[in-house]
Write a protein that binds this ligand. Structure first.
Ligand code: SF4
Length: 365
Protein backbone atom coordinates (compact mmCIF):
# COMPACT_ATOMS: atom_id res chain seq x y z
CA UNK A 1 0.00 0.00 0.00
CA UNK A 2 1.29 3.46 -0.90
CA UNK A 3 0.19 6.56 0.91
CA UNK A 4 1.01 9.94 -0.54
CA UNK A 5 1.35 11.43 2.92
CA UNK A 6 4.69 9.65 3.21
CA UNK A 7 5.95 12.22 0.70
CA UNK A 8 4.90 15.09 2.93
CA UNK A 9 6.01 14.54 6.49
CA UNK A 10 4.62 17.72 7.99
CA UNK A 11 2.61 18.54 11.08
CA UNK A 12 -0.32 20.90 10.67
CA UNK A 13 -1.52 23.18 13.42
CA UNK A 14 -5.13 24.19 14.00
CA UNK A 15 -4.29 27.55 12.43
CA UNK A 16 -2.92 25.81 9.30
CA UNK A 17 -6.08 23.77 9.18
CA UNK A 18 -8.35 26.83 9.29
CA UNK A 19 -6.17 28.67 6.79
CA UNK A 20 -6.44 25.65 4.58
CA UNK A 21 -10.23 25.52 5.00
CA UNK A 22 -10.33 29.16 4.03
CA UNK A 23 -8.25 28.53 0.89
CA UNK A 24 -10.55 25.65 0.01
CA UNK A 25 -13.55 27.94 0.32
CA UNK A 26 -11.90 30.27 -2.21
CA UNK A 27 -10.95 27.31 -4.41
CA UNK A 28 -14.55 26.12 -4.46
CA UNK A 29 -15.92 29.61 -5.02
CA UNK A 30 -17.66 29.67 -1.61
CA UNK A 31 -17.87 32.57 0.81
CA UNK A 32 -15.91 32.72 4.09
CA UNK A 33 -19.18 31.78 5.82
CA UNK A 34 -18.54 28.19 4.74
CA UNK A 35 -15.13 27.92 6.44
CA UNK A 36 -16.40 26.23 9.67
CA UNK A 37 -18.51 23.83 7.59
CA UNK A 38 -15.53 22.99 5.39
CA UNK A 39 -13.27 22.55 8.44
CA UNK A 40 -15.72 20.13 10.03
CA UNK A 41 -16.16 18.19 6.77
CA UNK A 42 -12.40 18.01 6.41
CA UNK A 43 -12.03 16.62 9.89
CA UNK A 44 -14.28 13.78 8.79
CA UNK A 45 -12.26 13.33 5.61
CA UNK A 46 -9.05 13.15 7.65
CA UNK A 47 -10.46 10.42 9.82
CA UNK A 48 -11.84 8.53 6.79
CA UNK A 49 -8.86 8.94 4.45
CA UNK A 50 -10.43 8.82 1.02
CA UNK A 51 -8.95 5.95 -1.03
CA UNK A 52 -7.78 6.84 -4.53
CA UNK A 53 -6.58 4.55 -7.34
CA UNK A 54 -4.58 6.40 -9.99
CA UNK A 55 -3.81 4.68 -13.31
CA UNK A 56 -1.28 5.93 -15.85
CA UNK A 57 -1.98 5.41 -19.56
CA UNK A 58 -0.47 6.87 -22.73
CA UNK A 59 0.93 10.22 -21.59
CA UNK A 60 4.10 12.07 -20.63
CA UNK A 61 3.19 11.96 -16.87
CA UNK A 62 3.20 15.76 -16.90
CA UNK A 63 -0.04 15.76 -14.93
CA UNK A 64 1.58 13.71 -12.14
CA UNK A 65 4.45 16.21 -12.09
CA UNK A 66 2.05 19.15 -12.08
CA UNK A 67 0.06 17.59 -9.23
CA UNK A 68 3.07 16.76 -7.07
CA UNK A 69 5.10 19.90 -7.84
CA UNK A 70 3.54 22.23 -5.30
CA UNK A 71 4.85 24.43 -2.50
CA UNK A 72 4.01 24.21 1.18
CA UNK A 73 1.38 24.98 2.33
CA UNK A 74 -0.42 24.44 -0.94
CA UNK A 75 -3.91 23.12 -1.17
CA UNK A 76 -2.72 20.05 -3.07
CA UNK A 77 -0.15 19.16 -0.45
CA UNK A 78 -2.56 19.48 2.41
CA UNK A 79 -5.24 17.46 0.71
CA UNK A 80 -2.79 14.83 -0.43
CA UNK A 81 -1.76 14.46 3.17
CA UNK A 82 -5.34 13.47 3.86
CA UNK A 83 -5.80 11.14 0.90
CA UNK A 84 -4.66 7.59 0.68
CA UNK A 85 -3.49 6.73 -2.81
CA UNK A 86 -3.60 2.96 -2.94
CA UNK A 87 -2.07 2.56 -6.36
CA UNK A 88 -0.19 4.98 -8.63
CA UNK A 89 2.36 3.52 -11.02
CA UNK A 90 4.47 6.65 -11.38
CA UNK A 91 4.94 7.43 -7.68
CA UNK A 92 4.52 4.19 -5.75
CA UNK A 93 7.56 2.50 -4.28
CA UNK A 94 6.26 -1.02 -4.95
CA UNK A 95 6.65 -2.69 -8.34
CA UNK A 96 5.90 -5.97 -10.09
CA UNK A 97 3.69 -8.52 -8.34
CA UNK A 98 3.61 -6.55 -5.08
CA UNK A 99 2.19 -3.54 -6.88
CA UNK A 100 -0.40 -5.63 -8.73
CA UNK A 101 -1.45 -7.28 -5.46
CA UNK A 102 -1.83 -3.82 -3.88
CA UNK A 103 -4.20 -2.90 -6.70
CA UNK A 104 -6.28 -6.09 -6.39
CA UNK A 105 -6.48 -5.64 -2.59
CA UNK A 106 -7.54 -2.01 -2.92
CA UNK A 107 -10.26 -2.86 -5.45
CA UNK A 108 -11.65 -5.56 -3.14
CA UNK A 109 -11.31 -3.63 0.12
CA UNK A 110 -12.70 -0.30 -1.07
CA UNK A 111 -15.20 -1.46 -3.68
CA UNK A 112 -17.81 1.21 -4.32
CA UNK A 113 -15.90 3.80 -2.27
CA UNK A 114 -12.68 4.72 -4.04
CA UNK A 115 -12.06 7.56 -6.48
CA UNK A 116 -10.54 6.40 -9.76
CA UNK A 117 -8.17 8.84 -11.45
CA UNK A 118 -6.86 8.08 -14.93
CA UNK A 119 -3.96 10.03 -16.39
CA UNK A 120 -3.19 9.47 -20.08
CA UNK A 121 -5.10 8.23 -23.09
CA UNK A 122 -6.23 4.64 -23.46
CA UNK A 123 -5.02 2.68 -26.52
CA UNK A 124 -7.90 0.51 -27.77
CA UNK A 125 -6.87 -0.68 -31.24
CA UNK A 126 -6.14 -4.43 -31.62
CA UNK A 127 -7.61 -5.17 -28.17
CA UNK A 128 -5.40 -2.57 -26.52
CA UNK A 129 -2.20 -4.54 -27.16
CA UNK A 130 -0.12 -1.34 -27.64
CA UNK A 131 -0.08 -0.60 -23.91
CA UNK A 132 0.09 -3.42 -21.41
CA UNK A 133 0.70 -3.29 -17.66
CA UNK A 134 1.76 -6.51 -15.93
CA UNK A 135 1.00 -8.35 -19.16
CA UNK A 136 -2.58 -7.08 -19.30
CA UNK A 137 -3.86 -4.55 -21.85
CA UNK A 138 -4.25 -1.23 -20.06
CA UNK A 139 -7.77 -0.83 -21.42
CA UNK A 140 -8.86 -4.00 -19.54
CA UNK A 141 -7.34 -2.69 -16.34
CA UNK A 142 -9.20 0.59 -16.77
CA UNK A 143 -12.52 -1.24 -17.19
CA UNK A 144 -11.86 -3.43 -14.15
CA UNK A 145 -10.93 -0.53 -11.84
CA UNK A 146 -13.82 1.58 -13.18
CA UNK A 147 -16.37 -1.08 -12.18
CA UNK A 148 -15.71 -0.72 -8.45
CA UNK A 149 -15.13 3.06 -8.36
CA UNK A 150 -17.52 5.53 -6.77
CA UNK A 151 -16.28 8.39 -8.95
CA UNK A 152 -14.31 8.50 -12.20
CA UNK A 153 -11.93 11.33 -12.96
CA UNK A 154 -9.91 11.86 -16.15
CA UNK A 155 -6.82 13.90 -15.25
CA UNK A 156 -5.37 15.89 -18.15
CA UNK A 157 -6.34 16.30 -21.78
CA UNK A 158 -5.07 12.85 -22.86
CA UNK A 159 -7.34 11.06 -20.38
CA UNK A 160 -10.22 13.47 -21.05
CA UNK A 161 -10.29 13.61 -24.85
CA UNK A 162 -7.36 11.55 -26.16
CA UNK A 163 -5.03 14.56 -26.47
CA UNK A 164 -1.64 14.19 -28.15
CA UNK A 165 -1.60 10.33 -28.19
CA UNK A 166 -4.92 10.40 -30.09
CA UNK A 167 -3.79 12.97 -32.67
CA UNK A 168 -4.05 11.96 -36.34
CA UNK A 169 -3.36 9.34 -37.52
CA UNK A 170 -3.79 7.82 -34.03
CA UNK A 171 -2.24 4.44 -34.91
CA UNK A 172 -2.97 2.90 -31.47
CA UNK A 173 -6.64 3.94 -31.38
CA UNK A 174 -6.17 6.10 -28.26
CA UNK A 175 -9.36 7.34 -26.57
CA UNK A 176 -10.37 9.37 -23.55
CA UNK A 177 -11.78 7.68 -20.41
CA UNK A 178 -15.43 8.48 -21.09
CA UNK A 179 -15.25 6.98 -24.59
CA UNK A 180 -14.04 3.74 -23.00
CA UNK A 181 -16.22 3.35 -19.89
CA UNK A 182 -19.21 5.65 -20.59
CA UNK A 183 -21.30 7.02 -17.70
CA UNK A 184 -20.34 10.07 -15.66
CA UNK A 185 -16.68 10.98 -15.95
CA UNK A 186 -15.34 14.23 -14.55
CA UNK A 187 -12.88 15.57 -17.10
CA UNK A 188 -10.05 17.73 -15.77
CA UNK A 189 -8.30 18.60 -19.04
CA UNK A 190 -5.11 20.61 -19.37
CA UNK A 191 -1.67 19.86 -20.77
CA UNK A 192 -0.88 19.55 -17.95
CA UNK A 193 -3.94 20.01 -15.74
CA UNK A 194 -3.69 22.52 -12.86
CA UNK A 195 -3.31 20.72 -9.49
CA UNK A 196 -6.08 22.89 -7.96
CA UNK A 197 -8.55 21.65 -10.58
CA UNK A 198 -8.14 18.05 -9.43
CA UNK A 199 -7.87 18.82 -5.72
CA UNK A 200 -10.88 21.14 -5.86
CA UNK A 201 -12.92 18.50 -7.66
CA UNK A 202 -12.06 15.78 -5.13
CA UNK A 203 -12.75 18.10 -2.19
CA UNK A 204 -16.06 19.08 -3.76
CA UNK A 205 -16.99 15.40 -4.07
CA UNK A 206 -15.97 14.73 -0.47
CA UNK A 207 -17.74 17.78 0.94
CA UNK A 208 -20.98 17.55 -0.98
CA UNK A 209 -21.08 13.85 -1.89
CA UNK A 210 -21.49 14.51 -5.61
CA UNK A 211 -19.53 15.68 -8.61
CA UNK A 212 -19.52 19.43 -9.21
CA UNK A 213 -21.67 20.86 -12.00
CA UNK A 214 -20.14 19.93 -15.36
CA UNK A 215 -20.15 21.66 -18.74
CA UNK A 216 -20.87 20.07 -22.13
CA UNK A 217 -17.39 18.51 -22.18
CA UNK A 218 -17.68 17.01 -18.68
CA UNK A 219 -15.47 19.72 -17.08
CA UNK A 220 -16.33 21.26 -13.69
CA UNK A 221 -17.83 24.69 -14.42
CA UNK A 222 -16.15 25.84 -11.24
CA UNK A 223 -12.80 25.92 -13.04
CA UNK A 224 -13.75 25.89 -16.72
CA UNK A 225 -16.76 28.21 -16.65
CA UNK A 226 -15.32 31.24 -18.46
CA UNK A 227 -13.18 31.83 -21.49
CA UNK A 228 -9.63 33.04 -20.88
CA UNK A 229 -10.21 36.05 -23.14
CA UNK A 230 -12.70 37.48 -20.56
CA UNK A 231 -10.02 38.10 -17.94
CA UNK A 232 -6.94 38.40 -20.12
CA UNK A 233 -4.43 41.09 -19.11
CA UNK A 234 -3.92 41.78 -22.84
CA UNK A 235 -7.62 42.39 -23.47
CA UNK A 236 -7.03 46.14 -23.73
CA UNK A 237 -4.72 45.46 -26.66
CA UNK A 238 -7.40 43.34 -28.32
CA UNK A 239 -10.09 46.00 -27.86
CA UNK A 240 -7.85 48.69 -29.33
CA UNK A 241 -6.74 46.47 -32.23
CA UNK A 242 -3.13 46.49 -31.01
CA UNK A 243 -1.86 43.03 -32.08
CA UNK A 244 1.74 41.93 -31.82
CA UNK A 245 3.26 40.83 -35.13
CA UNK A 246 5.93 38.50 -33.74
CA UNK A 247 6.24 36.56 -30.49
CA UNK A 248 8.01 38.46 -27.75
CA UNK A 249 7.31 41.84 -29.36
CA UNK A 250 6.55 44.62 -26.88
CA UNK A 251 4.36 47.52 -27.86
CA UNK A 252 5.34 50.93 -26.45
CA UNK A 253 2.30 51.79 -24.35
CA UNK A 254 0.16 48.67 -24.04
CA UNK A 255 0.31 44.89 -23.62
CA UNK A 256 -0.29 43.82 -27.21
CA UNK A 257 -2.85 41.11 -27.96
CA UNK A 258 -1.43 37.82 -29.27
CA UNK A 259 -4.52 36.98 -31.35
CA UNK A 260 -2.61 37.45 -34.61
CA UNK A 261 -0.10 34.83 -33.41
CA UNK A 262 -2.75 32.15 -32.87
CA UNK A 263 -3.93 32.86 -29.30
CA UNK A 264 -6.99 30.69 -28.58
CA UNK A 265 -8.05 32.56 -25.45
CA UNK A 266 -11.42 33.59 -26.96
CA UNK A 267 -12.46 29.93 -27.43
CA UNK A 268 -10.73 28.34 -24.42
CA UNK A 269 -12.51 27.89 -21.10
CA UNK A 270 -10.28 27.87 -18.01
CA UNK A 271 -9.54 30.11 -15.04
CA UNK A 272 -5.78 30.44 -15.74
CA UNK A 273 -5.77 34.31 -15.73
CA UNK A 274 -6.78 34.52 -12.08
CA UNK A 275 -5.74 31.12 -10.68
CA UNK A 276 -2.25 31.38 -12.26
CA UNK A 277 0.33 28.60 -12.34
CA UNK A 278 3.49 27.60 -10.46
CA UNK A 279 2.05 28.57 -7.09
CA UNK A 280 0.37 31.71 -8.39
CA UNK A 281 3.35 33.09 -10.34
CA UNK A 282 2.14 33.45 -13.93
CA UNK A 283 0.34 31.81 -16.85
CA UNK A 284 1.02 31.31 -20.56
CA UNK A 285 -0.32 34.63 -21.86
CA UNK A 286 1.33 36.67 -19.10
CA UNK A 287 4.60 34.94 -20.03
CA UNK A 288 4.16 36.08 -23.67
CA UNK A 289 3.05 32.68 -24.99
CA UNK A 290 -0.28 32.55 -26.83
CA UNK A 291 -2.93 30.31 -25.27
CA UNK A 292 -2.95 27.02 -27.20
CA UNK A 293 -6.32 25.94 -25.85
CA UNK A 294 -4.89 22.83 -24.17
CA UNK A 295 -8.09 22.24 -22.16
CA UNK A 296 -10.30 21.95 -25.24
CA UNK A 297 -11.25 18.71 -27.07
CA UNK A 298 -9.76 20.14 -30.29
CA UNK A 299 -6.22 20.20 -28.80
CA UNK A 300 -3.75 19.51 -30.43
CA UNK A 301 -5.40 19.07 -33.85
CA UNK A 302 -5.37 22.73 -34.74
CA UNK A 303 -3.13 25.36 -36.19
CA UNK A 304 -0.94 26.86 -33.47
CA UNK A 305 0.24 30.19 -34.81
CA UNK A 306 -2.49 31.25 -37.24
CA UNK A 307 -5.28 33.47 -35.89
CA UNK A 308 -8.48 31.59 -35.07
CA UNK A 309 -11.43 32.59 -37.34
CA UNK A 310 -13.06 34.75 -34.60
CA UNK A 311 -9.88 36.79 -34.10
CA UNK A 312 -9.01 36.85 -37.81
CA UNK A 313 -12.38 38.55 -38.42
CA UNK A 314 -11.62 41.17 -35.74
CA UNK A 315 -8.16 41.81 -37.15
CA UNK A 316 -9.59 42.17 -40.66
CA UNK A 317 -12.37 44.47 -39.45
CA UNK A 318 -9.77 46.56 -37.59
CA UNK A 319 -7.61 46.83 -40.69
CA UNK A 320 -10.64 47.81 -42.77
CA UNK A 321 -11.57 50.41 -40.15
CA UNK A 322 -8.01 51.72 -40.15
CA UNK A 323 -8.08 51.97 -43.93
CA UNK A 324 -11.45 53.69 -43.78
CA UNK A 325 -10.26 56.09 -41.14
CA UNK A 326 -7.06 56.72 -43.12
CA UNK A 327 -9.20 57.44 -46.20
CA UNK A 328 -11.47 59.51 -43.95
CA UNK A 329 -8.52 61.50 -42.63
CA UNK A 330 -7.09 61.96 -46.11
CA UNK A 331 -10.56 62.91 -47.36
CA UNK A 332 -10.99 65.36 -44.51
CA UNK A 333 -7.65 67.02 -45.13
CA UNK A 334 -8.21 67.02 -48.87
CA UNK A 335 -11.63 68.47 -48.25
CA UNK A 336 -10.11 71.03 -45.91
CA UNK A 337 -7.49 71.90 -48.45
CA UNK A 338 -10.09 72.19 -51.20
CA UNK A 339 -12.37 74.19 -48.95
CA UNK A 340 -9.42 76.38 -48.06
CA UNK A 341 -8.49 76.71 -51.70
CA UNK A 342 -12.10 77.40 -52.56
CA UNK A 343 -12.29 79.97 -49.82
CA UNK A 344 -9.07 81.52 -51.00
CA UNK A 345 -10.27 81.43 -54.58
CA UNK A 346 -13.59 82.82 -53.46
CA UNK A 347 -11.86 85.57 -51.52
CA UNK A 348 -9.72 86.39 -54.51
CA UNK A 349 -12.79 86.38 -56.72
CA UNK A 350 -14.62 88.80 -54.44
CA UNK A 351 -11.51 90.98 -54.08
CA UNK A 352 -11.16 91.09 -57.86
CA UNK A 353 -14.85 91.85 -58.28
CA UNK A 354 -14.63 94.66 -55.74
CA UNK A 355 -11.53 96.06 -57.37
CA UNK A 356 -13.22 95.84 -60.80
CA UNK A 357 -16.35 97.52 -59.51
CA UNK A 358 -14.29 100.30 -57.90
CA UNK A 359 -12.41 100.87 -61.16
CA UNK A 360 -15.67 101.01 -63.17
CA UNK A 361 -17.06 103.52 -60.72
CA UNK A 362 -13.94 105.71 -60.92
CA UNK A 363 -13.99 105.57 -64.72
CA UNK A 364 -17.68 106.55 -64.72
CA UNK A 365 -17.12 109.60 -62.51
FE1 SF4 B 1 -5.67 37.79 -24.47
FE2 SF4 B 1 -5.51 36.03 -26.42
FE3 SF4 B 1 -7.77 37.40 -26.04
FE4 SF4 B 1 -5.60 38.62 -27.03
S1 SF4 B 1 -6.80 36.97 -28.02
S2 SF4 B 1 -6.95 39.40 -25.42
S3 SF4 B 1 -3.95 37.61 -25.92
S4 SF4 B 1 -6.89 35.93 -24.67
Amino acid sequence: MFEINRMFKKKFTRRDFLKYSSSLAILLGLSEMYVPQIASALEQIVSKKQPVIWLNGAACTGCTVSFANTDYPSVAELVLDRLSVKYMETLMAASGEVAEKALEDAIQQFKGKYVMVVEGAIPTKDDGIYLTVAGEPFVNKVRKVAEGAAYHIAMGTCASFGGIPAADPNPTGCKGLKDVIGGTVVNIPGCPAHPDWLVGTIVNILLFGKVPELDQYGRPKLFYGRVIHENCPRRGGYEQGRFIKKLGEELPDIEGCMGAKGCRGPVTSADCPHRLWNSGVSFCIAASAPCHGCVEPSFPQQSFYEPIPEVAKTIKAGETDQKKSAIGTFGASLGGALAGAAAAAGGLYFANEKAKHKAEKTEGV
